[in-house]
Design a binder for this molecule. Structure first.
Ligand SMILES: Nc1ncnc2c1ncn2[C@@H]1O[C@H](COP(=O)(O)OP(=O)(O)OP(=O)(O)O)[C@@H](O)[C@H]1O
Length: 251
């Protein structure tokens, strides 16, 4: 069944009369891994902000699993099943990956009681499964402050997964990562896409080539084009507004 997880109709977001998003239409099926690219200022961050409810549409609507998100606040939208991974990892550096994940698995409980009381076994199993998924079993009991930047990124992805989101929004996951960490992050996202719908915003074209099935190009707040990475890269409009700019910057 090809049910749409996200449908965005005629969306405009205005800041003091400037349209950061401009009559944008977008949809994605449940189970898709979609990569969004676009030059600086194209509206990518605003696009994520409006899906999570941080910013409200000026015109148009965002439907998540058929539900119009307009009247809901950010925390309510998160509870509907939308998890957002920001560019900079937001993990507790003085806690270990195991403790960070335990906290995420027990969001509704008090932080201190979570740390002091032993967890029941189903939660332990969830934490150990998450540690395996994100490749941090060996570092499970190392303070997160001692992890590499990539390992912190994976930990935050694990913390999002603890909330069992249907849709994961991931903003520039490989900025500042080593080549090996970038490759492993791609493998992690591709494997997560087997059981989640994922939107990744990314500038690193090699990484986009590694993970992308379908790419959406944003430009001046609207969708410029969509297609496979090959289709998009060969589209003269994209070469002009995006790849052309990149080539000029990195001859
Ligand atoms: N709160 C705001 N007030 C005014 N203008 C804003 C606001 N947020 C974003 N903009 C403008 O909207 C446009 C789109 O910004 P946005 O951050 O969404 O682009 P982006 O594609 O994420 O860019 P980058 O790749 O540089 O992060 C930009 O011109 C930006 O200056």
């Amino acid at each position: 069944m090809n049910e749409k997880i996200l449908e965005i109709d005629n969306l405009t977001v205005s800041f003091d009369g400037f349209n950061a998003l401009n009559n944008l239409n977008f949809s994605m099926e449940r189970g898709e891994l979609r990569v969004i690219i676009g030059p600086n200022g194209a509206g990518k961050t605003t696009f994520l902000d409006v899906i999570t409810g941080k910013v409200k549409p000026t015109v148009g609507q965002v439907l998540f699993k058929g539900k119009n998100l307009r009247r809901f606040r950010e925390h309510q939208i998160a509870r509907f099943g939308i998890g957002r991974k920001f560019q900079t990892p937001r993990v507790y550096l003085n806690l270990t990956p195991r403790e960070n994940l335990e906290l995420s698995c027990n969001r509704q409980k008090n932080v201190f009681s979570t740390l002091l009381k032993p967890q029941p076994s189903p939660e332990r199993k969830t934490v150990s499964t998450l540690l395996e998924t994100i490749g941090l079993v060996v570092k499970a009991d190392t303070p997160a402050g001692l992890l590499s930047h990539g390992e912190k990124q994976w930990l935050e992805i694990g913390m999002l997964l603890a909330q069992s989101p249907d849709l994961l929004l991931v903003d520039e996951p490989v900025a500042g990562l080593t080549d090996e960490e970038t490759l492993l992050t791609g493998e992690l996202l591709v494997s997560l896409a087997e059981s989640h719908s994922i939107i990744v915003i990314e500038h690193d074209m090699e990484f986009v080539r590694q993970i992308a099935r379908k790419v959406t190009v944003l430009h001046e707040g609207s969708v410029l084009c969509e297609g496979s990475i090959e289709e998009v890269q060969n589209d003269p409009r994209v070469v002009e507004v995006y790849l052309g700019t990149e080539e000029e910057e990195h001859p």
